[in-house]
Design a protein around this ligand. Structure first.
Ligand SMILES: [Zn+2]
Length: 339
């Protein structure tokens, strides 16, 4: 009973570009036969742009953008399917909404208020917004679309089985090209040192607060990159396939990497600790190093001036104090940036 209720609830939770969780058919080779979602209250003047696997819906004024998205999705779909090692599913509907209100009103269920886009794998539906309806646009819409396509592909491959959030969001970010090894390592390392989330904690829905969710997203991307770097792309596909066929994360990871979940996490953590020990030498920390050198230089100058000028006029004292203060500030800033 509870299992079914939980399942029903999870089917109503969309995957978004900022966070979420999902699935589909128990047999990944089985293509769902039911029609993809179509909102009952879709604007009457909307047009549809149809391709082999996708139908894009939207306002006639956005026709060029719809065509661009269709072309992009048609090319990405088989590529992502191959990269992830999961089969292609049935037709997907993509809705290009024109406002915040429209974006939320047309969804089959509730979407988080901050969501930039959503994917509903069971309904084979993706909701996007035009750039005009995206406050603070950071990523190209085609990249957002790729992220959602990964959610739909994984959701369909897993069927009714929940996809762990770290796997779902990690793969979406990595395969949409949102993060590279450097980015995740740099951002994730700092976050990791402050708050160590385990894979277990990253399995369910991500934290509600934007800052915590961001941490969860970053760490999810990093664990995927780390597994790929360490064990190879085929290993990652093996893990996805085993889990899609019902293996728990513990079993799938152990069968592929020969490590227990705890050992795997320890190895992953070591990457941060090693990186942390050597971070002062990384080019990205050049400005910190320069700060440090400048601070030391000022301290040296201050000491020297103090000796030479001790007998000089009284107003030099003020300048000395100002110089000392500046040195202290620089040193403090340098130290804070390093810790
Ligand atoms: Zn996502």
């Amino acid at each position: 009973m509870w299992r079914w209720l939980t399942l029903l609830l999870m089917m109503l939770i969309p995957w978004t570009t900022v966070r979420a969780q999902q699935f589909v058919t128990p047999d990944p080779t089985l293509v769902p036969t039911e029609d993809p979602y179509l909102p009952a209250d879709m604007p009457e003047d909307w047009i549809r742009t149809k391709g082999v696997a996708f139908t894009i819906f939207g306002d006639p004024t956005d026709l060029a953008e719809q065509q661009r998205l269709l072309d992009h999705a048609s090319a990405s779909w088989p590529e992502l399917s191959e990269e992830l090692g999961v089969p292609l599913g049935g037709r997907v509907h993509v809705f290009l909404t024109e406002s915040e209100a429209q974006f939320h009103d047309l969804q089959p269920g509730r979407a988080p208020t901050w969501a930039d886009a959503t994917a509903w794998p069971n309904q084979r539906a993706i909701f996007l917004r035009t750039d005009d309806a995206r406050p603070g646009v950071a990523r190209p819409l085609t990249q957002v679309l790729d992220h959602e396509l990964v959610h739909v592909l994984l959701g369909q491959a897993f069927g009714p089985r929940p996809v762990p959030s770290w796997l779902q969001e990690g793969l979406a970010q990595v395969h949409a090209g949102e993060v590279g090894a450097d980015h995740a390592l740099t951002v994730g390392r700092d976050l990791w040192m402050r708050q160590r989330l385990s894979l277990e904690q990253l399995t369910g829905p991500f934290p509600a607060s934007a800052a915590d969710a961001q941490l969860a997203y970053t760490l999810s991307a990093d664990v995927i990159l780390w597994i790929q770097d360490t064990y190879g792309d085929d290993a990652m596909r093996d893990i996805i396939r085993k889990m899609a066929h019902g293996a728990t994360p513990e079993v799938a990871l152990h069968e592929v990497t020969d490590l227990s979940m705890a050992e795997l996490e320890e190895a992953w953590r070591l990457r941060y600790e090693l990186a942390d020990g050597w971070r002062w030498a990384l080019p990205e920390n050049l400005d910190t190093l320069l700060f440090g050198l400048a601070s030391l230089g000022l301290v040296f100058l201050g000491l020297r001036r103090r000796r030479v000028m001790r007998h000089e006029l009284a107003n030099w004292d003020d300048q000395e104090r100002a110089l000392d203060k500046l040195s202290r500030q620089l040193l403090r800033r340098w130290y804070n940036r390093r810790s």
